[in-house]
Design a protein around this ligand. Structure first.
Ligand SMILES: [Zn+2]
Length: 211
């Protein structure tokens, strides 16, 4: 008997969300409880920084729980089933076939303390399943997250500077930036600004969930 088969008998795999026994870390009934974001994709005029925004789920219930467990409880085994949900949607809708795919970068300090970038994990799992043009050396984050108390003059000045830079010259390539959660759109717009300044073509944003 193989060691992993034995481990499965001794410690049967469970869904990370509901705790019920399941062969994968995310079960079908938890997936079915996730609420699809409607509309899936919104297109914007060509003069906008972003040309389209795709959000797979509403950031609530099981979708929010899944992201929280991946990001804060470090249950990285969720990256693969979550990226499956992204990939299925991309294929179903025929979206972003000719884009270079990248992830919103974390500042190196946060990457170091968390140990991984959850958006990169989602992209890596995508690449394992389908040969996609994925690159993580396009955007760099030069500033850490904003402090919680965001009202001081100092913070407003800080906020006005783009925390992202593009680390290479682009030649009109269309870019799809993947992030785990979309909230205010600040991160997406700042990434798009950095990309456009460096000569990208269209910039598209895809997030797993939107609040
Ligand atoms: Zn479940």
């Amino acid at each position: 008997m193989r060691v992993d088969s034995l481990l499965d008998i001794l410690y049967p795999p469970k869904c990370a969300l509901c705790g019920l026994f399941h062969s994968d870390s995310l079960c079908e009934s938890c997936i079915n409880e996730m609420i699809p974001y409607d509309p899936l994709t919104t297109a914007f005029p060509s003069h906008n920084l972003i040309q389209s925004l795709t959000n797979i789920f509403v950031y609530t219930g099981r979708a929010a729980q899944a992201i929280g467990l991946l990001k804060y409880s470090r249950i990285t085994s969720l990256a693969s089933p979550l990226s499956n949900l992204i990939l299925n949607k991309l294929l179903e809708e025929g979206l972003y076939q000719n884009c270079i795919i990248t992830a919103v970068p974390l500042h190196y300090k946060k990457n170091h303390s968390r140990g991984f970038n959850q958006s990169e994990l989602l992209c890596c799992s995508l690449k394992e399943k389908k040969e996609l043009n994925i690159s993580f050396d396009i955007i760099k984050r030069t500033k850490d997250s904003l402090p919680k108390a965001a009202n001081s003059v100092h913070t407003r000045k800080y906020e006005s500077c783009n925390p992202f830079i593009c680390s290479k010259k682009l030649n009109g390539e269309d870019i799809l930036v993947i992030d785990d959660v979309y909230t205010t759109g600040y991160t997406s717009n700042m990434c798009a600004e950095a990309l456009k300044k460096s000569g990208s073509g269209d910039v598209h944003i895809l997030t797993f969930a939107r609040s």
